[in-house]
Design a binder for this molecule. Structure first.
Ligand code: 3PY
Length: 252
């Protein structure tokens, strides 16, 4: 059985105090009623150290939203994977479409980040997804397979098995538009069979593939009910307990 996961990507939102307040509320609720899935939050970098100190990561795993493509040195403004692991961070989102679009991260850079994260024992949550024009031109499968092949298929099957994948159609991010459960299932199944073609069925069957893109309480149950959708990477709805908890509880 694959691990079911609900991860919150807070993006560039919340002060440290606000972030700690939210994570403590989540922790209290999830301690009282254990969820049927792994819960992860990925706050801004500044939150990570105090959050790791206050959160029991057997209840909520803590992740970063990015890491540098170098391990140390003269890279002003960057945070390296070894710094994250030394601070007790367990996960790192790599390849989010906002990083690809606004910070021009290409597959080569992303492959380097994945390697550095894995070398530090961090679990990458690797994001893929097509633009609207790709879907309209019926090349969405090709785009997503290319993203996976270029950034991940150099990995050994042992390393690939450590990853979490997230399918986030770019046209569904921050737009209020969501892929239909059928569209999500179709793409997730396609990703799984693409992974199987390289690493074999067992690795593919064990790989958690999350859906992201305007996933919310009202559609989470329907999305997660699909056999190849193993949970969600949640944006805006992860920013408050009353909108994030019902998504986590969609697995109950
Ligand atoms: C969204 O749902 O908006 C996301 O980008 C989650 O990563």
């Amino acid at each position: 059985m694959r691990t079911k996961i609900v991860a919150g990507n807070w993006k560039m939102n919340k002060s440290v105090a606000e972030g700690l307040e939210l994570v403590e509320t989540l922790q209290k609720e999830l301690k009282e009623q254990r969820p049927n899935c792994r819960v992860i939050v990925a706050p801004p970098f500044l939150h990570l150290v105090p959050m790791v100190e206050r959160v029991d990561q057997s209840i909520i795993g803590i992740g970063a939203q990015n890491c540098a493509d170098h391990t140390s040195g003269a890279y002003t403004g960057e945070v390296a994977a070894p710094m994250l692991s030394a601070s007790g961070v367990r996960y790192v989102i790599i390849g989010h479409s906002e990083r690809r679009a606004y910070y021009h991260e290409d597959s080569e850079t992303l492959a380097t980040k994945v390697n550095l994260a894995l070398a530090e024992g961090l679990t990458p949550i690797f994001c893929v997804g097509e633009q609207l024009e790709d879907r309209d031109a019926d090349r969405h499968f090709d785009v997503v397979e290319k993203q996976i092949k270029e950034a991940l298929f150099h990995l050994s099957s042992e390393d690939f098995s450590k990853l979490i994948l997230a399918y986030e159609p770019v046209w569904a991010i921050g737009t209020g538009r969501t892929a239909t459960p059928e569209q999500a299932q179709e793409m997730h199944a396609r990703i799984r069979s693409f992974v199987a073609s390289k690493y074999g069925q067992e690795v593919a069957d064990n790989c958690s593939i999350l859906y992201g893109g305007s996933c919310k309480a009202s559609n989470a149950k329907e999305l997660f009910a699909n056999p190849d959708v193993d949970g969600g990477l949640i944006g805006g709805a992860a920013l408050a307990a009353d909108t994030f908890l019902p998504i986590i509880r969609a697995f109950d």
